[in-house]
Ligand binder design. Structure first.
Ligand code: SF4
Ligand code: SF4
Length: 123
């Protein structure tokens, strides 16, 4: 089973339904802090590009569901994020450490993002 199939199986989301309109990225409240915007992450997964699994985006996503409610194709992007995190956590390593964030990040990052990220950062 390749990466795309694994993500689809865990999330229940059909990645091919995405037509790259960018609405999910446009409405994400923390997209500017992400290294890979949600729509770009979906694009990479459609192509079995595993580089998206190394994106900090997975750990910054606050699971606010804004993208899910706005996607015109009904994709649950937050479920895709969760599936990608699950694949990474199975490797049982840490992906975000409090000391790795600088003062500027702490000053500007919404509290919900920080809480979500630290809740999920350890493998
Ligand atoms: S909003 Fe939906 S269709 Fe548009 S880019 Fe995001 S996942 Fe794809
Ligand atoms: S669920 Fe994650 S990716 Fe979607 S809008 Fe919220 S923070 Fe952004």
């Amino acid at each position: 089973m390749n990466l795309r199939e694994s993500i689809e199986r865990i999330s229940g989301v059909k990645l091919s339904a995405c037509y790259q309109c960018g609405t999910c990225s446009g409405g994400c409240p923390i997209v500017e802090m992400m290294d890979v915007a949600p729509s770009k992450g979906i694009y990479r997964l459609q192509r079995n590009d595993s580089s998206v699994l190394d994106a900090t985006t997975l750990w910054l996503c606050a699971a606010c569901f804004t993208c899910d409610t706005r996607c015109p194709r009904g994709l649950r992007i937050s479920a895709v994020m969760e599936a990608a995190r699950a694949l990474k956590l199975r490797k049982n390593i840490d992906h975000l450490r409090p000391e790795s964030l600088n003062a500027e990040s702490y000053a500007h990052m919404p509290p919900i993002t920080m809480i979500a990220a630290f809740r999920k950062y350890t493998g």
